[in-house]
Design a protein around this ligand. Structure first.
Ligand SMILES: [Fe+2]
Length: 301
C-alpha cells in the first residue's frame, strides 16, 4: 500500500459503528479497548496493559484478565491485537492475551526505527532483532484490513514516537498518543525519535477525517479533577482542543510543544516499558541463572 496523498483517499466507512468497550488502567491512566464487529463475533484489542509493581519487579495480570474474561463471556473471537505505538508508560499484555485467545499482534512498520534507537539506549546485543520480527503484522499507512465485517485502515501518525499509527475502524479512530481529550491538548514529542513538527502534521491528518468520526484516546488524566474520559470527535477537537482549536501554525505548535515538554519528567515506567514493548510485550531472554532481568541505563535518558 502507498501513503495517502489526500484525506479524500481515506476509505472511511462512516456507516459502520464498532461496539467499543474501554478498560481503564488506573496505574498508567491508559485506556485499552475491545472493538467488536456489530455483525459478527470478531473483535480486536487495542493497547492492552500488563500490570507491573516496579518496586518489587513483579508483573500481574489483573487488567489483562478483565479483557480476556470479557471476550470469553461474550463468546467473541479475537482476530487482532493493535499496539498503537511502543508505549513508554506501561507494559503491553499482548503476548499473554495471545497465549489465551490467539489473534495476531500488530504495530507500525517504523517499529524498526524505535528498535534501532532503543537497541542503542539499552545496549542490546546482536541477538535483539531490529527488524520488527517479534510482531506478527507490521502495518504501514494505507494498509486496509477487516475485523469480521468491519473495514479498517491505517494512518501513520508519528511525532510522539516514529512508529505511532492511528487505526480507523468503521467510523471510529484509535489515535494512540497524538491528541488527548480537548481540554488536555496533545501528546509529548520529546522521547528519543519524537518530533513536535511531525506530531503537528499527524494531528492534521486525524483532523481531516470526517467531522463525526469518533476518536478514542489512549490516555486521560482527568484534567482539573474531572472524571477520566476516553471518547470525543473530530469536530469537538477542531472546536475545543487547547492546542489546536482556532488554528495554530506548525511553527507556533513546535515552539509551544517543545517548551512544554522541557518541563516534563520521564514517565515512571519508561525504562521497563520500552525494553518489553519493543519486543512486542515479551521480556528479554532469561539470564544464565534462568531469571529475567531488565536494565537501567544510567544518565542516558
Ligand atoms: Fe505513548
Amino acid at each position: 500500500m502507498k501513503d495517502f496523498t489526500a484525506a479524500s483517499d481515506y476509505p472511511v466507512a462512516m456507516d459502520v459503528t464498532p461496539e467499543v468497550t474501554p478498560f481503564f488502567d488506573e496505574d498508567s491512566n491508559t485506556f485499552s479497548y475491545v472493538v467488536k464487529d456489530p455483525n459478527s463475533d470478531a473483535c480486536a484489542v487495542v493497547d492492552s496493559v500488563l500490570d507491573l509493581d516496579y518496586a518489587a519487579g513483579r508483573t500481574g495480570y489483573e487488567h489483562a484478565d478483565r479483557i480476556i474474561e470479557f471476550i470469553r463471556d461474550n463468546g467473541l473471537k479475537l482476530d487482532l491485537q493493535i499496539e498503537t505505538h511502543v508505549h513508554a508508560d506501561h507494559l503491553s499484555a499482548a503476548p499473554y492475551i495471545q497465549e489465551k485467545l490467539g489473534g495476531k499482534i500488530s504495530i507500525g512498520n517504523n517499529i524498526t526505527v524505535v528498535q534501532d534507537v532503543f537497541g542503542k539506549v539499552f545496549n542490546e546485543g546482536t541477538e535483539f532483532q531490529r527488524d520488527g520480527s517479534q510482531f506478527d503484522i507490521l502495518f504501514r499507512e494505507g494498509d486496509t484490513y477487516t475485523i469480521g465485517t468491519m473495514p479498517a485502515f491505517v494512518l501513520h501518525t508519528p511525532g510522539h514516537t516514529p512508529a505511532c499509527m492511528t487505526h480507523v475502524i468503521g467510523n471510529t479512530a484509535f489515535v494512540g498518543d497524538t491528541l488527548f481529550m480537548p481540554d488536555a491538548g496533545s501528546a509529548r514529542a520529546d522521547f528519543p525519535g519524537g518530533d513536535a513538527g511531525q506530531l503537528y502534521d499527524s494531528v492534521q491528518k486525524i483532523l481531516s477525517l470526517p467531522d463525526e468520526t469518533r476518536l478514542m484516546m489512549c490516555h486521560d488524566y482527568g484534567t482539573d479533577g474531572r472524571e477520566v474520559q476516553y471518547e470525543t470527535t473530530v469536530v469537538a477537537q477542531k472546536a475545543e482542543n487547547i492546542h489546536f482549536a482556532g488554528g495554530i501554525s506548525r511553527e507556533e505548535f513546535v515552539k509551544m510543544r517543545e517548551a512544554r515538554d522541557a518541563t516534563l519528567g520521564m514517565p515512571r515506567l519508561i525504562i521497563p516499558s520500552i525494553q518489553v514493548n519493543m519486543r512486542a510485550g515479551n521480556m528479554p531472554a532469561a539470564d544464565t541463572d534462568g531469571n529475567v532481568y531488565l536494565k537501567v541505563p544510567i544518565n542516558k535518558l
